[in-house]
Design a protein around this ligand. Structure first.
Ligand code: AMP
Ligand code: FE
Ligand code: FE
Ligand code: ZN
Length: 280
C-alpha cells in the first residue's frame, strides 16, 4: 500500500536535491494528496511549495526541522503549520544562518588547504537562499573525485572525528519547541530512534520532550519496523502525544529514501493527518 501523505521532506532550500516545485510535482505523480516541507533550519522553500501545491492540486503543510543539542546529540524538532513570517522565527533563523555561514567558511578553507577547489560564495550562488551545510560539501567531494558517494564523503571526511568536520551552534531543545509554538506551529520530536539510545534513555528523551511542550512524535519513518513503530506508538500513548510520519526524503542526497515510501515499507496512515489537524 502506498502512502498518500508524507510529512517529512527536504528540498533544495536545505539539503534535498529537488526544488520545492519539483517535490510537489513528484508527490502528485506518486499519488500523494498531502505533504509537509520540513527543511533544516529554514522555511525558505515553503512559499514556492505552497504555490505549486495550489497549482497542481497537492495540499502543502508549511514545516521546518530545527537541530538542537539535547544531551550533546543533534536532536531534531519538527514544526508544522507555523507562519513563516512570524516575528518569533526571524531572529532564530538568522542566528542559524550566521553561525552556519562562519562554519562553512572555515570548512571551505580546510578543504582548500588540501587542494580541493571550493568557494563558499560559489556554493551560495548555486543554492540561493538555501541552508548550506555538510551535504553540500559532500557533493563537492564527490564531484572532485575525492569520494565515491555522498555517504562515502561523510564517512571519510565529514562525520565527527573526520578532517573536515566542524561543530556548529545548536538551539536548546526547549528553545526550538518554544519558537515553533510561538510561531503558531505544532512541535514534533523527529525520528526518535535515530539518536542511538537504548530503551530507557529513549523513554527519558520522549518524556523530556513532552515536558518541554512537544505535541507529537514521529512514529512512521523510513526503516522503522513494526516492533519499533509499536514501541513508539505505545510511548506516545502513555504521554498523550500524537503520532506523525514521513520519509525524510532528500532526493539524490539520500538515494535510498523514496518520497512517500522509503525502504522498509514506510506507510504513513491518514489518521496521522486527522490528529495533526486537531492542532493546526
Ligand atoms: P550539517 O547540519 O551541516 O551538520 O549536516 C547534517 C545533515 O547532513 C543531516 O541533516 C543529514 O541530512 C546529512 N547527512 C548526515 N550524514 C549523512 C550521510 N551519511 N549521507 C547523506 N547525508 C547525510
Ligand atoms: Fe538532511
Ligand atoms: Fe532529521
Ligand atoms: Zn529531515
Amino acid at each position: 500500500m502506498a502512502s498518500k501523505i508524507d510529512l517529512h521532506i527536504h528540498t533544495t532550500a536545505s539539503d534535498g536535491t529537488l526544488t520545492p516545485a519539483q517535490v510537489v510535482e513528484l508527490a502528485k505523480a506518486q499519488g500523494l494528496h498531502t505533504i509537509a516541507i520540513t527543511d533544516h533550519d529554514t522555511m525558505g522553500g515553503v512559499p514556492e511549495a505552497v504555490e505549486a501545491g495550489r497549482r497542481i492540486g497537492v495540499a502543502v503543510i508549511p514545516g521546518i526541522e530545527i537541530s538542537t543539542d539535547y544531551r550533546d546529540r543533534d536532536t531534531h524538532v519538527l514544526g508544522y503549520g507555523l507562519d513563516w513570517n512570524a516575528p518569533a522565527l526571524r531572529p532564530v533563523l538568522e542566528w542559524v544562518r550566521t553561525d552556519r555561514h562562519n562554519r562553512n567558511q572555515k570548512m571551505a578553507a580546510l578543504m582548500r588547504a588540501d587542494g580541493i577547489e571550493v568557494e563558499l560564495a560559489a556554493l551560495e550562488a548555486t543554492h540561493p537562499g538555501a541552508t548550506i551545510g555538510r551535504p553540500h560539501f559532500a557533493r563537492v567531494l564527490v564531484e572532485q573525485g575525492r569520494a565515491e558517494s555522498i555517504s562515502d564523503a561523510f564517512a571519510r571526511y565529514l562525520n565527527p572525528g573526520q578532517r573536515y568536520y566542524l561543530s556548529r551552534g545548536y538551539f536548546r531543545f526547549d528553545e526550538a519547541v518554544s519558537v515553533i509554538r510561538r510561531s503558531g506551529g505544532v512541535a514534533v520530536l523527529a525520528h526518535p530512534l535515530q539518536y542511538g539510545y537504548p530503551e530507557p534513555e529513549l523513554r527519558a528523551l520522549v518524556a523530556y520532550a513532552a515536558g518541554q511542550g512537544i505535541q507529537g512524535i514521529e512514529v512512521y519513518y523510513t526503516g522503522y519496523n513494526r516492533e519499533q513503530r509499536a514501541l513508539l506508538l505505545d510511548l506516545a500513548g502513555q504521554l498523550g502525544l500524537f503520532a506523525t510520519g514521513g520519509s525524510d526524503f532528500h532526493g539524490a542526497n539520500k538515494p535510498d529514501i523514496a518520497l512517500g515510501a522509503g525502504h522498509g515499507g514506510l506507510f504513513v496512515p491518514e489518521t496521522v493527518l486527522t490528529a495533526l489537524k486537531e492542532y493546526l
